[in-house]
Design a protein. Structure first.
Length: 157
C-alpha cells in the first residue's frame, strides 16, 4: 500500500487544482457582482476547504483498503518467512512456497524507521523488519535500491 504514493500525489495535485479553480470562480463572481452575496461566499469557502475535505476522504479510504487487504489474507500475515541473500538474488522461503527475486527486477526499495520493503511492483513486495536485520544487511538492501530508494517518514496505513 505504501506504493500508492504516486497515485496519491497525482490525486492531491488534481484536488489542489480543482480547489483553486473553485476558489478563483468565487473571487471572480465576487468582483463581478460588486458586493458579497451568499453564492460568492459559498464558492470562496467551498473552494478553500475542498482540498482538505478530499484529502481527508482519500486518507480514510486508503486506510480502509489497506485494512481490508490485511484482514483478508490471514495465511500470509501469520506465516514466518526466511530471507536468503545471494550475490544476484534474494530468496524468500515460507511454508507456502519460495520466491526468488533477482536484484535487477526490483521495482523500488522503501525504507521506513521500522521496516525495509523490497518491492516487486507498485503493490507487491517483501518486508524486512529492521530490528531483525544486521546493519550490514540494511546497508546492502539500501544500496540495492539506491537509484530507486524511497525513504518514507511513516507508513500510510
Amino acid at each position: 500500500m505504501v506504493c500508492l504514493a504516486e497515485s496519491l500525489e497525482k490525486a492531491r495535485k488534481t484536488y489542489l487544482v480543482l480547489s483553486g479553480l473553485i476558489l478563483l470562480a468565487g473571487i471572480v463572481m465576487l468582483a463581478v457582482s460588486g458586493g458579497p452575496n451568499p453564492l460568492d461566499i459559498f464558492f470562496i469557502l467551498f473552494g478553500a476547504s475542498y482540498y482538505f475535505l478530499m484529502m481527508a476522504r482519500m486518507r480514510r479510504r486508503l486506510r480502509r483498503v489497506a485494512h481490508e487487504a490485511w484482514e483478508s489474507d490471514r495465511t500470509l500475515r501469520d506465516s514466518v518467512r526466511r530471507y536468503f541473500f545471494y550475490e544476484d538474488h534474494v530468496t524468500a522461503v515460507s511454508k507456502h512456497g519460495e520466491l526468488r527475486l533477482r536484484y535487477e527486477d526490483i521495482y523500488r526499495v522503501i525504507a521506513t524507521e521500522t521496516n525495509l520493503y523490497i518491492m516487486l511492483g507498485k503493490a507487491q513486495g517483501v518486508n524486512l523488519v529492521r530490528a531483525e536485520c544486521s546493519p550490514e544487511l540494511i546497508a546492502f538492501v539500501e544500496r540495492l535500491g539506491e537509484p530507486r530508494l524511497w525513504r518514507a517518514a511513516r507508513c500510510l496505513w
